[in-house]
Ligand binder design. Structure first.
Ligand code: PMP
Length: 302
């Protein structure tokens, strides 16, 4: 039985249960993270990727929702490493911390309630394909905007928007959705940020275009910079997707996922492009602690 972290303790998964009356379950007010730890076969070590950065984002999100918990960021980094250890993982895993209002009370509000954190781990290879390239469709659903449910917030309620978009894409024969913001510019995928490549230059939507401020997005911008690939953050029009040389999604779950077709149009020549491949190779080495320059992205879990 898997070990999870629940109500300030490590317990077996069967003992980590919440009531149907739990406040956040009803109002979509739980904030969460998706973190990965990678297994490096060569040195038989699990590497936790960007643990601190994920908990920093979680705490920013908690601040927006007036949530306070007993654990601090450094403690959560340690607790997460301990959780990976206690579950004896020797495979790539996904880690899901979630902070929720645990009160058994009705009413959608963000004051007067008590927040708690739960964390579990889950063996996970690819969430979406990272090799052969995927098909995407521009969604008929508009991305949420900052004055509605802020996309900066990784909050459960916002994922209704993602679920609508992803489902529409799947039902229409694509693998993933691309959502436009209320101004018609490209925002992101259902659970990924997006980059396009044109004439050797990377472009990605800026953080005020209603996107989640992705941690993988920042890592990719760093890799690009270190390899003299220019990166621009600016709004992207829908048709720029169609004329891009390369397009890829990125995220902790998605990792780096090349997009080879959008709205039934081939991107570039329809193959995974050279810049995407180059960044992908560096990223997949870095997450397993194999790139000296990016060794501070990971912590080894012993
Ligand atoms: N956008 C959305 C909507 C997401 O859910 C995710 C996954 N967390 C991302 C982007 C990518 O963010 P990150 O690289 O921090 O995982």
């Amino acid at each position: 039985m898997a070990i999870v972290y629940f109500e300030n303790r490590f317990v077996s998964e069967e003992n980590a249960k919440v009531s149907i009356k739990t406040n956040s379950f009803h109002y979509g007010t739980a904030v969460f993270e998706g973190i990965r730890a990678y297994y490096n076969r060569e040195d038989d070590t699990m590497y936790g990727l960007f643990f601190k950065e994920h908990y920093q984002r979680l705490f920013q999100n908690m601040r927006i929702l007036n949530m306070e918990i007993e654990e601090n960021i450094d403690q959560l980094v340690e607790i997460t490493a301990e959780l990976v250890k206690r579950n004896n993982h020797k495979e790539d895993v996904y880690i899901r911390p979630i902070v929720y209002f645990s009160d058994l009370a009705i009413g959608p509000k963000l004051i007067g309630y008590t927040a708690k954190i739960a964390i579990y781990t889950l063996p996970l290879g690819d969430y979406i394909d990272t090799n052969k390239g995927i098909k995407a469709k521009v969604s008929s659903w508009t991305r949420l905007s900052d004055n509605m449910i802020p996309p900066r917030l990784k909050v459960t309620g916002a994922y209704v928007n993602s679920a609508m978009a992803k489902t529409e894409a799947l039902l229409n024969g694509a693998d993933e959705a691309i959502v436009l913001n209320q101004h018609g510019y490209v925002a992101e995928g259902s659970a990924e940020n997006i980059f396009i490549v044109r004439n050797g230059k990377l472009t990605t939507p800026p953080v005020n275009d209603d996107i989640l401020e992705g941690i993988t997005r920042s890592a990719i911008m760093q890799i690009a910079k270190d390899n003299s690939i220019p990166v621009v953050e600016r709004s992207i029009s829908r048709t720029e997707l169609y004329v891009a040389d390369e397009v890829f999604f990125c995220g902790t779950g998605a990792q780096i996922s090349p997009v080879i077709e959008i709205d039934n149009k081939k991107i570039g020549n329809g193959d995974v492009g050279p810049i995407t491949s180059k960044i992908k190779d560096i990223y997949f080495d870095a997450v397993r602690g194999k790139v000296k320059r990016y060794r501070d992205w990971v912590i080894s879990i012993k």
